[in-house]
Design a protein around this ligand. Structure first.
Ligand code: FUL
Length: 474
């Protein structure tokens, strides 16, 4: 009986439309893409022979015994990732030098041929377990370019690559994300490989349907077009891929950076960047680790522009994250907590209205499915935020409920003291979230107007903050 009452209640809420219904604005994300977008920030770990030879691109001819971490501890990586507020870790299971960090049956250039732990070590196994224990998502980078494998440059290599994908998915999966690097150089016999992308993709889809697949052009998420960690201020989750290929045949960098307003596919951007100048650990770069302030700036220009932030923190020759990198990560986490821990719109100091409607905080907290609709006549509406007292602020965060597609093409934020307009900020897209910073203003009122949209605009989160003035985007 209780069960029936519950079902009726749920149906009633659905019919009554707890959330105002809206017209569709496709393309729409898959459930896996939506979940991925909520990860916001996670770590990349570049680790392998290059860590020991001080190279960025190993030649593939390095002896296996080169790889010999003295104190590998993936739990240490996970502790640091957790404390930094990262949601997961992606490991370079095989970089361009072809060395496999797991004992692959399809290569003779792996941890099994090294002296590390008498050839019994397995970094993938250790990290997959440590991530599970820590409640972190685990992902894998597998370079198709292989400067070691004797079959590279022949059709047989495509079989090798497919077998390796199957091997890692079955032994260490499930993965939240799988990273295909687009690089396509020569192998040991001087030949380039013709990658069978179609087969790579269908293999992954059949064995790991919920894993998000990264390449320059997706299918699930795209490269952002640079390795600085910056998404475009205008950033559509939509992309046209027809006529383009991965690697050298990808769309121009600025298209990857901004997406296409009417793109045919939902392919959001991921911003990959290293905490150091290089991707691999080099002791000579210890003093060049990015500062917490720089990491915060990248956060604003990635997560704050609706993309995800993949921050590379390489393991050193011990197989640990160095104290330099860990200190920078802790400083970065502290800046995020201090800046965003409580919104000035919560706690009863502000009222929010859309026309005659009171906007309740629970519809605007960005959680669950809550959202408000500006309706078809949105150009004549605005969100009216009024504070009880003069309030200083320099940061506003807006969110769109992306399960309904990405809609807002431009919006304006007006900052007022009484009826006096202090400044008017014209912006373009919102997407998963847009975190806007500006010189501090003392306001009593904020007006948010949507000036252009692909369908009736929906907003699922509004927050305002006063962050440290040094952190405001220059
Ligand atoms: C690039 C690679 O060539 C770099 O070494 C690094 O792995 C970066 C994330 O992707 O394509």
């Amino acid at each position: 009986m209780k069960k029936i009452v519950w079902i009726l209640c749920i149906q009633f809420l659905a019919i009554a439309g707890y959330c105002q219904s809206s017209t569709a604005a496709g393309p729409l994300p898959s459930a896996a893409q939506l979940k991925w977008q909520d990860n916001n920030f996670y770590l990349f770990v570049h680790f392998g022979p290059n860590t020991f030879t001080d190279l960025e691109w190993g030649k593939g001819s390095e002896k296996e015994e080169v790889f010999n971490p003295t104190a590998l501890d993936c739990r240490q990586w996970c502790r640091i990732a957790k404390a930094a507020g990262a949601k997961g870790i992606i490991l370079t299971a095989k970089h361009h030098d072809g060395f496999c960090l797991w004992p692959s049956a399809y290569s003779k250039h792996t941890v099994a041929q090294s002296n590390w732990r008498n050839g019994k070590g397995d970094v993938l196994k250790e990290l997959s377990r440590a991530c599970k224990e820590a409640g972190l998502s685990f992902g894998v980078y597998l370079s198709p370019w292989d400067r070691n494998h004797p079959a590279y440059g022949t059709p047989e290599y495509n079989d090798v690559f497919v077998n390796m994908m199957k091997e890692v998915v079955s032994a260490y999966g499930p993965f939240f994300e799988f990273w295909w690097d687009g690089a396509n150089g020569e192998g040991p016999n001087g030949k380039k490989q013709v990658y069978d992308w179609h087969r790579f993709e269908s293999t992954m889809r059949s064995i790991a349907p919920n894993t998000i697949l990264f390449s320059d052009i997706g299918p699930d998420i795209r490269w952002v077009g640079n390795e600085s960690g910056f998404a475009g201020k205008t950033n559509w989750n939509l992309l046209d891929t027809a006529g383009f290929t991965r690697g050298a045949g990808a769309p121009p960098a600025d298209t990857l950076n901004r997406g296409n307003v009417n793109g045919a596919n939902w392919i959001p951007a991921e911003c990959d960047v290293s905490i150091r100048p290089g991707w691999f650990y080099h002791a000579s770069e210890d003093a060049k680790v990015k500062t917490p302030g720089t990491l915060f700036e990248i956060y604003l220009k990635s997560v704050g522009r609706g993309a995800n932030f993949l921050l590379n923190v390489p393991a050193d020759r011990r197989g640990l994250i160095s104290a330099y990198d860990s200190a920078a990560l802790m400083g970065f986490a502290a800046l995020r907590t201090k800046s965003f821990h409580s919104s000035l719109l919560e706690g009863g100091d502000a009222s929010i209205q859309l026309g005659a409607k009171n906007v309740k905080p629970e519809l605007t907290d960005g959680k669950g499915n809550g959202w408000i609709s500006f309706g078809k006549d949105y150009k004549n509406e605005f969100l009216d935020i009024r504070f009880n007292k003069i309030t200083e602020l320099n940061c506003i965060r807006l969110k769109e409920p992306l399960q309904n597609g990405q809609r807002v093409a431009s919006f304006t934020i007006e900052l007022l003291n009484g009826n006096k307009l202090l400044s008017s900020l014209e912006q373009t897209t919102i997407g998963h979230q847009r975190i806007l910073t500006f010189p501090t203003q003392a306001v009593t009122r904020i007006r948010i107007k949507i000036t252009n949209a692909r369908a009736d605009p929906l907003i699922s989160g509004i927050a305002a903050f006063k962050i440290d003035s040094d952190l405001v985007e220059k």
